[in-house]
Design a protein around this ligand. Structure first.
Ligand SMILES: [Mg+2]
Length: 294
């Protein structure tokens, strides 16, 4: 156990995980991220993409997937007995493209798309946005240069990272479109993005749905994310006996976050993979493959 304690302490030091993050969690001597490393087999891992697994880029298509990340996610999914899911505002198909050849379990477009088994089909949970609403939202791109309108099936994202001064005008326009539509949409504000998605869906609903099913069922959920859209999943994880780990960036500052950024998340994931591999190699230990249908 001495080796484990030293290993965890090393990770905590290298990942710059704040001491304040451990408040309210009854894990002696460890903060929240360390608690997952101490008992890796008890957790189900839910993780955001942009700003958490991947550094934010000027446009969604411009993100870079660092070498080794796909293999790391593959190993973690196996080591956790399949209990790893991506929860993203992107489409699930977009996550597949980024992490090819993996087709991870996950939810896209803020809970409106779901893949509940690895390599399985993507289910669309909400009806598509009507064409008149799509048309009105596409016109928003004409307000100023640098605005990118992204159609996502059940949602529309308006990115303004390259036109940051337009935020208020865009919010007003989007709110007016949503108010005038008979379709029940809500406005979600992310970092340099405004999204219109069907009400009643969120990363939190996706987490709860997946946690009710094998191989997630019976594990404690840990959600890792960096933005407003992850808050619903943090709340869901805490209500369901788990916790949220916050990544510092444009939404959380370093004092309130568990990781100082994407690099800290990667270091922690590598440590988690190492712990799971050790457990899988230990006599009498399984890798957590579930045999029970959920
Ligand atoms: Mg994010």
């Amino acid at each position: 156990m001495v080796a484990l304690a030293e290993e965890i302490q090393q990770i905590l030091n290298s990942s710059v995980i704040s001491a304040g993050a451990s408040e309210g969690l009854a894990v002696s001597g460890l903060n929240k991220a360390g608690a997952v490393l101490a008992e890796p087999e008890k957790w189900a891992l839910f993780i955001d993409i942009d700003g958490t697994l991947l550094s934010v880029a000027p446009t969604p298509d411009a993100v870079m997937v660092p070498p080794g990340l796909v293999q790391l996610l593959d190993g973690l999914a196996s080591g956790l007995g399949g209990a790893l899911a991506i929860l993203t505002g992107r489409r699930v198909a977009d996550a597949d493209r980024l992490f090819a050849p993996l087709k991870l379990v996950g939810s896209g477009v803020h809970g409106t798309e779901l893949r509940s088994e690895r390599g399985g089909p993507i289910t669309t949970l909400a009806p598509a946005i009507p064409s008149d609403v799509i048309g009105a939202m596409n016109n928003i791109a004409g307000i100023a240069s640098g605005i990118l309108v992204e159609q996502k099936g059940c949602g529309v994202a308006v990115h303004y990272r390259n036109a940051p001064l337009m935020r208020r005008a865009l919010e007003t326009e989007l709110a007016a479109i949503i108010a005038s539509s008979a379709y029940d949409l809500v406005l979600r504000k992310g970092r340099k993005v405004l999204e219109a998605v069907p009400s009643g869906y969120s990363k939190g609903t996706a987490l709860a749905t997946l946690l009710s099913r094998s191989p997630f069922k019976g594990r404690s959920p840990v959600m890792v994310g960096d933005d407003v859209g992850d808050e619903s999943a943090f709340i869901a994880a805490e209500r369901l006996g788990g916790m949220g780990l916050r990544v510092a960036g444009e939404h959380f500052d370093k004092q309130e976050a568990d990781f100082d950024g994407v690099a800290g998340v990667h270091a922690w994931l590598k440590a988690l993979a190492g712990r799971l591999a050790l457990q899988g190699a230990a006599p009498g230990q399984s890798t957590g493959q579930s045999t029970h249908a959920g």
